[in-house]
Ligand binder design. Sequence first.
Ligand code: 5AD
Ligand code: SF4
Length: 445
Amino acid sequence: MVTGRYHVTTFGCQMNAHDSGRIEGLLESLGYLPAPKRDEADLILFNTCSIREAADSRFVAHLMEARAVKRRRPETVIGVGGCWAQSMKDEIFADYPFVDVAFGPGQAGKLAEFLASDSIGAQGYFEFESFTADLPMKAGQGHHAWVQISVGCNCRCSYCIVPTTRGREVSRSLDELTGEIQDLAARGVVEVTLLGQNVNAWGRDLRPQRSSFSELLSCVDSVEGIERVRYTSPHPKDMREDVIEAHASLPSVCEHIHLPLQSGSSRILKRMRRTYDRSRYMDRVAMIRERVPDCAITTDIIVGFPGETDEDFAETLEVAEEVGFDGAFTFIFSPRRGTEAAEMSDAFVDHDVARKRMDRLLEVVRRRGSERAQRFLGRDLEVMVEGTSREDPARLRGRTRHNRNVYFDGIGAPGDLVEVSITGATSQSLTGEMALAAAAQRLSR
Ligand code: 5AD
Ligand code: SF4
């Protein structure tokens, strides 16, 4: 077995960050050591994303740097994993002949086989089939952990590359997940984020016994030591009463729901194949507000989807005004290879028009987000300490159950739950101070 030093660069979503943690854990258990810089590594890996075009071009620039390293040291092995690798599987070795190994999302297990075999130096490509979750996670991940609960997606959103790169949805079993979370808790993890492309569809494919996402939430909630449970992302069509109820009734399930809207126009939602319309989305929001009045609601919105007219976009603005999201990730539509929407080129929206729409949307998102944040002023909120403020290391940085960043004066170590009085609120973050008595109590411990 050839071992040496590795270097991993991660692009894209939290799922990839999670996969990279697994890959690092795996390499270290194979005897590899981390290299501080890419040009000092024997094994250069990229975990890629292809959700948006910008990520592709950024990544290719990095890949060319790796080629330069290999020119100097031809024995260097270059591996490319993740969604971009999956979407390029037919041309990757022809277009980038210096790449040795390519693997789809969640294929780190295959990567191990490859590295452990004699095939190093021969080009290899691995399809998706297994979970990286079977692998040990890189040690020292602290008080928070990502837990992958399913891979793949059965939806067919017309803009999305995930169904072609990650395949059909496969859920991990309840026992396996509960076991993993118990182990994490035993190692000091107090907060978990459950990950999947459509988390609230979890469990429907399990045999012999189907299960449901709300059932999973209640099992995770009952794990001793887990104080906070989050998940991302759910699909509005599968957002049922039982899941919303879980936020109200289970102590560890946080008051935050990320509910991707994508568009406020029912006509565009139909073209996106989202299978819900504006009124169904608003109905979900109303149910959340009724059951969990203080719940933060965040979203994803795409502007400039093919065929989006000024009227359609006005509906997106209306929904953003009406809901008053606590925060939103906004994207300009980008055609992805092999997706249905990429074929709608006769209806593509002019990029300048899309940019202007984005600016208008951002104005609404920021203004409403900042208005929403004002409700926290003067309140004492439970904050999980995450570290110190980057700008002012004398201050602490933490997160509320609503997933808001808080910068505050106080005392605490990462993973501690403290109470902070909120004195300032913007759309981006909160500021405050730990109650003096509570700080003194901590000091005396
Ligand atoms: N173009 C723009 N945004 C996209 N997203 C997914 N695919 C595309 C695309 N082709 C956005 C969606 C999704 C988020 C993770 O990325 O809003 O919810
Ligand atoms: Fe993509 Fe839609 Fe599945 Fe999300 S729900 S991963 S957007 S196909």
